[in-house]
Design a protein around this ligand. Sequence first.
Ligand SMILES: C[S@@+](CC[C@H](N)C(=O)[O-])C[C@H]1O[C@@H](n2cnc3c(N)ncnc32)[C@H](O)[C@@H]1O
Length: 213
Amino acid sequence: MTTAPSRDIAGALGGSRLFAQPEHARLVAQWRAFLATSRPILLEIGFDHGRRLTHTAAHHPDWRVAGIEVRRRRVDEAKAWAAEHGLPNLLAWRADARTVLATATPAGSLSVIEALFPDPWVDPAHRITRTLVDPSFVADAARALRPGGVLHLATDVDDYAANMREALETEPSLVLDPTAAALRPRCEALSRREWRCAQDDIPIHRFWLRKRG
Ligand SMILES: C[S@@+](CC[C@H](N)C(=O)[O-])C[C@H]1O[C@@H](n2cnc3c(N)ncnc32)[C@H](O)[C@@H]1O
């Protein structure tokens, strides 16, 4: 599980084989320990200012809440917030969610995976590819979910929404189900982009999926 992925992950932070590198063993072990629980677990990918992450952890102590974000400053802020508020159920990790799901997450570990407004662009100048949602990501997310688990995606970019829909249709274990929204622990905080869309009346494409079983 913590060995190299069977495919390259373009532009991955630290490279596709991050979890084959000994210096990451401690973080991977910490992640595996965090997942080893009968409690429900939510993973937020790309949490940015972290208001949904921290709000969810604070209001749902019976859940374990993990956030993965590539931006160091955001991760440091979330860690500081968790320490200040004494939240042992929150884990913030600087990593590439694609490699974490593909190489470090046991099958059937997570109750909810959420990725709101993932970057819709590729930056060839910096060799960064962060379009996140493609068929490989969807397959990895589906594998990581517990039976009955929930995948929640959102974007306000029409083309990306179409790509997301196509990618989601390649995964037979996931079914579109708007009622799955009720299974996510309640959160009144908005992500940065959700807030912007609400302010400017920008329509949002949302996908709620449930894993069969
Ligand atoms: C467009 S922002 C959206 C932030 C927030 N979710 C929102 O709704 O406003 C995308 C976020 O995902 C993070 N990100 C991009 N690729 C990522 C990856 N592969 N793994 C984890 N975080 C990623 C970025 O650093 C950024 O904070």
